[in-house]
Design a protein. Structure first.
Length: 317
């Protein structure tokens, strides 16, 4: 007798701990391998076995917060950064308003008013102030920038989230597909991404600029370029601001002693490119390493929430 695919039925039975339901599903399917397959799923009752559960209505089930999209694991990330388990990720970068709310609640320290990086001059620091979004009350819907790695992590941690690993970030940007940009393979333009286009004030040759005019001289309100969204619904995965990520193999960061995250000069990756990038560097493989205490006008962040067995159980109902 041929094999049957009844993983979804069996999974729901297991998650609800219903023996009667499992027996009924076994009888209905009528496969001689049903019983062993059910046992296999039970043994694999963890995130890896649950990764293929239906996830499209995650927000309706309360698994992902309303401001997040759900990302399902398929395989290793394109850059070999490691496998990705199911997780929720902010649809857009964290905004100035959201970050300031954390500051006001006492969960975060205030964003920087200027840039800070190795070798910065007084002129560079002064010039950067016009682009730090927390300095401008009219930019509440823009992504927060001029925050260092620890500030980004503290924000996520305050709400029970985490910074994405590079593998998670990249998977959310591509949906696991072999593509250079979140939207596919077409070259970046001012319709899909906020990069350095014709209205960008930075010095850049016309051949390197993003085609068109996006209407913004630096950052833009998050989600302003919906046609540039990734397959999972993540917006601004390329452009606007690059995004802080965390190491893949550190485990929960709080309480770790002697890890890379405890080193003052540890370097972490920024991914995705930003408003200062031309079309050649606005792609999902874009990666810069920065010392944790760096803060720049072109770097922000978004958070992830990793799923557990109970979350997957809600999806399987």
């Amino acid at each position: 007798m041929q094999d049957c695919t009844f993983d979804r039925v069996a999974l729901r039975c297991i998650l609800r701990h219903s023996v009667v339901c499992c027996l009924l599903a076994w009888t209905i399917v009528g496969c001689k391998q049903a019983k062993s397959r059910t046992a296999e799923i039970a043994r694999r009752h963890n995130l890896d076995a649950l990764a293929d559960a239906s996830i499209h209505d995650a927000a309706l089930h309360g698994v992902c917060p309303a401001e997040m999209v759900l990302v399902r694991r398929r395989s290793q990330s394109e850059s070999g950064q490691g496998e990705v388990a199911p997780f929720c990720m902010h649809r857009t970068e964290v905004t100035v308003a959201q970050f300031n709310a954390c500051v006001q609640s006492g969960g975060c320290s205030a964003a920087g008013r200027d840039e800070r990086w190795i070798g910065i001059t007084a002129f560079d620091r002064s010039s950067s102030r016009r682009y730090c979004t927390a300095n401008d009350p009219l930019r509440a819907s823009h992504p927060i920038n001029c925050v260092d790695w620890d500030q980004a992590f503290s924000y996520c941690n305050h709400y029970g989230f985490d910074l994405p690993t590079e593998a998670e970030w990249e998977y959310a940007a591509t949906g696991g597909e072999q593509q250079r940009y979140p939207w596919g393979s077409d070259r970046p333009d001012a319709v899909r991404v906020n990069g350095c286009a014709r209205d960008c004030p930075l010095f850049m040759s016309s051949s390197d600029r993003v085609r068109g005019q996006d209407g913004w001289t630096s950052t833009s309100p998050v989600g302003s370029f919906p046609t540039g969204a990734s397959p999972v619904g993540g917006e601004d995965m390329c452009g606007n601001v690059s995004e802080w990520t965390r190491p893949a193999n550190e485990g929960p960061i709080s309480g770790i002693q002697g890890s890379i995250t405890s080193l003052r000069n540890a370097r972490f990756a920024n991914r995705g490119g930003s408003w200062i990038d031309g079309w050649r560097t606005l792609h999902v493989r874009q990666r810069w390493l920065a010392v944790r205490w760096n803060r720049s006008t072109d770097v922000g962040f978004r958070c992830v929430r990793r799923l557990n067995v109970n979350d997957i159980a809600l999806l399987a109902r």
